[in-house]
Design a protein around this ligand. Structure first.
Ligand SMILES: [Fe+2]
Length: 299
């Protein structure tokens, strides 16, 4: 099969707070409200992306960390209870996840073709990480589109930020090639926040928005710089500045999700749509859509 393509990419951060505040039936804790700008941004993004009728979401998560290369979820169905280790009071989520195993295997093959270390996760009892779950839930709460989940290798930590970044660029190229061969209409999801220094104390009512604000102005300036690049189609410049950004803003891009996604999309030059920006316990989060079908129409 061939003729597949990436129809959209989304910067799709995974704060469990956003799932908590939506009160979906899968999540045990109940919230009054909270983080509306981000949640309503996700709703707009979701409508736009699901209208493309994707066959699959391919997600790269900072919270599935593997020490030996990139792993790919490779079991047709996962179910279980995901409890956020940092916020068990907010996220105790019963998940049922369908996986596009054929595409997962194709991505695994393409990664190995490029000389990178990769492995297919075949353990049916594997507990899927909350980063993957939260991003995919927020993009598609109906879970009626299968996913492929990619782990984040520790290349950034083991070999340095710049080496990790370059490795994720290669991973993105391999992912793109596999999708093109597969015939799938895929949406790629970068499951990460931007600036990521956060408060160490939680307010008594987690959704008390009088306590929510940027951690500090420097982080905010870095986030605005990146979002400006995105809105102007400067994805190559983002890649050039990624290592500085990650260091200076203590960004969650360290695990490579955004580097991977930009490369998978082959560094689009059309403007991305920023559906929302907001903070969660002080971290900077943006919901940003690259709608590659629409970009082609208007080019
Ligand atoms: Fe995270």
């Amino acid at each position: 099969m061939s003729g597949g393509r990436i129809v959209a990419g989304v910067l799709a951060p995974h704060p469990p707070h956003l799932v908590y505040a939506e009160n979906p039936p899968q999540n045990e804790p109940r919230a009054e409200c909270g983080w509306e700008m981000l949640r309503w941004g996700y709703e707009r993004c979701r409508r736009s992306v699901l209208a493309l009728e994707p066959d699959v979401f391919v997600v790269h998560s900072p919270h599935w960390k593997t020490t030996q290369g990139t792993h790919v979820l490779g079991v047709p169905h996962f179910s279980g209870l995901s409890v956020d280790p940092i916020f068990p009071n907010l996220f105790r989520y019963r998940y049922e996840i369908d996986v596009d195993v054929e595409l997962a295997e194709a991505i695994h093959h393409a990664i190995e073709e490029d000389g990178l270390v990769a492995k297919v996760m075949r353990n049916p009892n594997f507990r899927v990480d909350y980063g993957t779950i939260a991003s995919c839930h927020l993009m598609n709460p109906a879970w009626d589109v299968p996913i492929v989940g990619l782990s984040s290798s520790t290349a950034f930590y083991d070999f340095g930020d710049d080496v990790g970044h370059e490795e994720m660029i290669s991973l993105g190229h391999a992912t793109r090639r596999a999708i093109e061969r597969s015939g799938r209409r895929a949406v790629v999801l970068s499951s990460c926040s931007l600036s990521h220094r956060h408060f160490t104390h939680e307010s008594e009512t987690p959704e008390d928005m009088s306590r929510e604000h940027v951690y500090h102005h420097g982080q905010y300036l870095w986030d605005m710089r990146l979002l400006d690049h995105m809105r102007r189609g400067r994805t190559r410049q983002i890649a050039d500045e990624m290592v500085d950004f990650t260091r200076q803003a203590t960004a969650e891009t360290k695990e490579g999700s955004l580097s991977w996604m930009l490369a998978a999309m082959d560094f689009p030059t059309g403007p991305a749509e920023v559906h929302a920006y907001g903070t969660v316990i002080g971290t900077g989060n943006a919901v940003v859509e690259w709608n590659l079908e629409r970009a082609e129409v208007t080019r």
